[in-house]
Ligand binder design. Structure first.
Ligand code: GDP
Length: 313
């Protein structure tokens, strides 16, 4: 084992997000102390606040899951938010972590960092080998800078910091706002609302032919804890389920989980985005982690959480 988590103080930056929340839940069984702080306590875009927070809390490790995130539409509507906020968050946290001598950082990127026409499945070393998908370039450029910055601290200062690149995620705590969400939560909500309204059709953006891979956030959290304990290295590590489906197949699986049959209407005025996005997670699998649940089981769990949120809210 590279890093023993027991008795350690671990700051989960971004614990209110889907990924950070899942990591905080997962760490609860590791015998460590999980530190969290909302924006009211530390605004991660503000350097002085991050530095003060880090100097006060002195974590042993950080899972950097804080980020401005969103789907295909939000990225094109708010380019400054996606580029500026993400650059600031990662630069502020990594520099403050260096000043506070934090032993381990796990930086989180995303599969959209890879070139639009990367080989499929996408290996880690295809990073920066070609142009990005324009529909999420702002976010991708910020995340690529974050990976490189993490590696730079390792190279210049010998920090044992690592990065992981999750594939498309879903699960409890997801964003169900139709203007800013990703496809899985959007279609879950659309099918649910169609069922409630008895509607005959559900609108799916684009052609339905793009291929995507999906991973439940709790499975990601499990893989991240594994990496935090076991992995030390310069290269970032892909985290995916290894299974891909078309958007049409995804819609059909969601229809089964929701228990509602509706005709799919494909809205060609909306963008398809990149045609295929499957991560090559063979490095992670070779290290010993390969525990992603089946997609339908994961969607059922997400749907239960969605209904729960409706009941509460
Ligand atoms: P991406 O993986 O970065 O392209 O982001 P998304 O999850 O937003 O979109 C993935 C694919 O799902 C694209 O081809 C979208 O056009 C398609 N899609 C179909 N219906 C929807 C929807 O209701 N919302 C979103 N966000 N995407 C949808």
């Amino acid at each position: 084992m590279t890093f023993d988590l027991s008795q350690k103080r671990i700051w989960v930056a971004g614990h209110r997000g889907m990924v950070g929340g899942a990591v905080a839940r997962r760490l609860a069984s590791e015998g460590c102390e999980v530190i969290t702080a909302g924006r009211d306590r530390v605004d991660l875009v503000e350097q002085a606040q991050v530095r003060d927070f880090m100097a006060r809390e002195r974590p042993d490790a950080i899972v950097l899951a804080a980020a401005k995130v969103g789907g295909i539409k939000a990225n094109s509507d708010y380019p400054v938010d996606f580029l500026y906020q993400n650059l600031m968050i990662e630069a502020n946290i990594l520099q403050a972590a260096h000043e506070a001598d934090v032993a381990r950082v796990l930086f989180l990127g995303s599969s959209c960092i890879y070139p639009k026409l990367a080989p499929q499945p996408i290996p880690e070393d295809s990073l920066l080998t070609g142009p990005l998908e324009p529909t999420n370039e702002w976010y991708a450029i910020a995340k690529i800078a974050g990976i490189r910055l993490t590696q730079a601290y390792r190279q210049q200062y010998g920090r044992d910091w690592i990065s992981a690149m999750p594939t498309n995620l879903y699960g409890p705590g997801d964003n169900y706002d139709l203007n800013s969400s990703h496809v899985l939560p959007a279609l879950l909500r659309k099918f649910h609302e169609a069922r409630v309204a008895g509607a005959g059709t559900v609108t799916v953006w684009g052609s339905g032919t793009p291929l995507r891979e999906f991973l439940h956030c709790d499975d990601l959290a499990d893989a991240l804890v594994f990496l935090l304990k076991e992995y030390s290295g310069h290269d970032h590590v892909n985290v995916g389920s290894g299974v891909e489906v078309t958007i049409r197949e995804l819609a059909q699986t969601i229809a089964e989980v929701v228990g509602y049959k509706a005709e799919l209407v494909f809205d060609a005025t909306k963008p398809d985005g990149t045609p295929r996005k499957l991560m090559d997670s063979s490095r992670l699998h070779a290290m010993g982690w390969n525990r992603a649940r089946p997609l339908k089981d994961g969607i059922a769990d997400a749907y239960a959480d969605f209904l729960d949120g409706r009941d509460r809210g």
